[in-house]
Design a protein around this ligand. Structure first.
Ligand code: GUN
Length: 284
């Protein structure tokens, strides 16, 4: 068996085109504020890509690029100012922040109705409680979109998520549980991970270890989602050994071109939702 590739790039483009059509009819455009502290090269590229995608869709987007040595209080002041500006619909603070800044305090400062990353305790709590008002984190939301597009209803499927981060593993576990999956979250202390992974109908690798998931970790016919972005000798690769695993899985996301493009599309989707909530109190 050779797995069918789940094309995140094409799906993300479709979502962005649909959003662009909607935005074209709005007199005032949604506005996303992206805050970047320091000069991490990967973060710089991510944020420019977000800005380009937002602008291509007809949204307004500024990057507030602050120096590495910015004080925590200065960052808090900027966020509070943006919280108070009615034209700002979404605020995203790029992670990771420099070590001298307490990221929990920063995330908690973002007004919950502008928290388009869904990282704040208010939105994370709503998601945990399966409350439809939750703004869900973009990467897990993109993964769920790809899964439902590929498999239809995921009720009753066993999802094994490798990784328990606040950005991917934890919110994804809530999203999938809310869709009636049976969810197991594995992590670096999990005992006999390969045997556990082999039980998965849906296997999500979000552990940050290049090519960690091997063919013998995968049940025949499983759906494999690779959230990893790693470089080996300058070449991008995921957390899944793609060449091996594609011989065993039924569906698999590639790196690049799988989950990555969906993150940006879902961030922009969240920004449009925030705009509608703030301006019209409407559901999309
Ligand atoms: N760093 C890695 N992924 C993300 C993300 O989705 N949002 C933010 N703000 N920072 C990140």
């Amino acid at each position: 068996m050779t797995a069918q590739i789940i094309d995140g790039k094409a799906t993300a483009e479709k979502i962005r085109n649909e959003l662009a059509e909607r935005i074209a009819g709005w007199e005032v455009k949604p506005y996303l504020a992206v805050i970047l502290v320091g000069n991490d090269p990967a973060s710089l590229i991510y944020d420019r890509n977000k800005q380009k995608a937002a602008q291509a869709m007809g949204m307004a987007c500024d990057i507030y690029h602050l120096p590495e040595e910015t004080k925590e209080d200065e960052l808090v002041e900027l966020i509070e100012r943006l919280n108070g500006e009615p034209r700002v619909n979404g605020i995203l603070v790029q992670m990771p922040l420099p070590r001298h800044i307490n990221s929990s305090r920063i995330i908690e400062t973002i007004a919950h109705e502008k928290d388009v990353d869904g990282f704040g305790p208010y939105n994370a709590g709503l998601l945990h409680e399966n409350d439809p008002r939750a703004m869900a984190a973009a990467t897990p939301k993109g993964i769920l979109y790809l899964l439902e597009q590929t498999l239809g209803d995921v009720t009753g499927k066993h999802a094994v998520i490798i990784g328990r981060s606040n950005i991917v593993g934890r919110p994804l576990s809530s999203l999938l549980l809310n869709k009636n999956c049976t969810v197991t979250v594995a992590h670096s202390k999990t005992v006999n991970l390969p045997a556990l992974a082999r039980q998965a109908d849906i296997l999500v690798a979000a552990c940050g270890q290049p090519k960690m998931v091997k063919k013998d970790w995968v049940k025949e016919g499983a759906t494999v989602i690779d959230v990893g972005i790693n470089r080996i000798d300058g070449k991008l690769c995921g957390d899944v050994d793609f060449d091996e695993v594609k011989e065993k899985a039924a569906y698999i996301t590639p790196v690049p071109g799988g989950v990555g493009p969906m993150t940006i599309a879902m961030l922009l989707d969240n920004t449009c939702q925030a705009y509608l909530n703030q301006n019209y109190n409407l559901k999309k």
